[in-house]
Design a protein around this ligand. Structure first.
Ligand SMILES: NC(=O)c1ccc[n+]([C@@H]2O[C@H](COP(=O)([O-])OP(=O)(O)OC[C@H]3O[C@@H](n4cnc5c(N)ncnc54)[C@H](O)[C@@H]3O)[C@@H](O)[C@H]2O)c1
Length: 307
């Protein structure tokens, strides 16, 4: 996959998945602006890329404002002359059940994920439209946003909003040849290492052991590097017509998520009354209620033997 001559900005790329995206883009020949709120992490990521022969510069700052977004795009243009690829990866968690979630917990997550994605994509879209040569915008959604997740009011709302923005922007930017997709990654990072069913395996993986096959295959859960391949793919000519999609990736698994759509309908000539809905719901539109939540991991009975 040759991305020579292309220039990318990746947010939150000092560690975890963002670092894996940067590494994969640089390995394919793209020059990369590495953003992170953690200045040292961004600098270390740049060092890793340049030592491997790639081209990268660090531009630290907290995404969420127009000022930081404009700065990231300007840095790409000043340093490398253009912008072709944006990956809005930066993220935080502030998990609490609804009745304990503070305004601050809510606003912090919405600012980084939803506003960070919006402001960066807007700045990138302006630049890419000016260039007139298309472009690639990769947003980062989550199973929590697709399905809902206990304790993640703020995060699920932001990630569902991000998937909705991918659909909307794919329509708005299609004529300019700019693709917009949301990826739904699942990988062992600081964000996921506390999932109880995976924790012992992630601990072992950090000490050099491979992740078990059932985690990689059945759960679609692997390393950040496992998720990275989809980013150079989306930035390449091979994905020129791939837009408006939610693409799942993790471990050995690559998947396409459905978009919400009506799954059942019922009709009452002249309109519905509350009584008519009550009478018809269970056999009519509500006959197959949709499930919510992310299915919990199911280790094989003898997970050790299955390794
Ligand atoms: N790990 C998973 O399985 C998983 C699943 C679904 C979605 N995601 C999403 O993938 C993205 C990366 O997650 P990760 O698991 O690598 O997490 P991580 O915590 O390892 O990395 C997130 C990075 O974002 C940076 N960051 C935080 N706030 C920032 C801000 N305002 N501006 C710039 N940088 C900021 C952090 O410093 C950190 O380096 C996030 O958007 C996350 O929600 C991850």
């Amino acid at each position: 996959m040759d991305l020579t001559g292309k220039v990318a900005v990746v947010t939150g790329a000092g560690r975890g998945l963002g670092l894996a995206y940067v590494t994969a883009l640089a390995a394919a020949g793209a020059a990369v602006v590495v953003n992170d709120v953690d200045e040292q992490a961004a600098a270390a990521a740049v060092k890793t890329v340049t030592e491997a022969g790639g081209r990268a510069v660090a531009e630290a700052g907290p995404v969420g404002t127009a000022e930081v977004a404009d700065r990231l795009v300007a840095r790409a243009v000043d340093e490398f002359g253009r912008l072709d690829v944006l990956v809005t990866n930066a993220g935080i968690l502030r998990d609490r059940v609804l009745w304990k979630m503070s305004d601050e917990d809510f606003d912090d997550v919405i600012r980084v994920h939803l506003r960070g994605t919006f402001t960066c994509a807007r700045a990138a879209a302006v630049r890419m439209r000016e260039q007139g040569e298309g472009g690639t915008i990769v947003l980062v959604a989550s199973p929590a946003g697709q399905r809902g997740n206990f304790g993640q009011t703020n995060y699920a709302a932001a990630k569902a909003g991000i998937a909705a923005m991918a659909r909307t922007w794919s329509m708005e930017l299609g004529r300019a040849g700019i693709t917009v997709n949301a990826i739904v990654p699942v990988a062992a990072t600081a964000m996921t290492e506390t999932i109880p069913a995976f924790a012992p395996y992630i601990e072992a993986w950090k000490n050099g052991a491979p992740l078990p096959d059932w985690i990689r295959h059945d759960e679609g859960f692997g390393t950040p590097e496992d998720c990275a391949a989809v980013v150079p793919f989306l930035a390449s000519e091979a994905a020129r017509d791939v837009t408006g999609q939610c693409i799942g990736i993790g471990g050995d698994r690559l998947a396409l998520w459905s978009h919400p759509q009506e799954v059942a309908a019922d009709f009452a000539a002249g309109g519905w009354t509350p009584e008519a809905i009550a009478e018809r719901w269970a056999q009519g539109a509500g006959r197959e209620p949709q499930t919510v939540g992310i299915a919990p991991p199911k280790p094989p009975q003898d997970a050790e033997a299955a390794r």
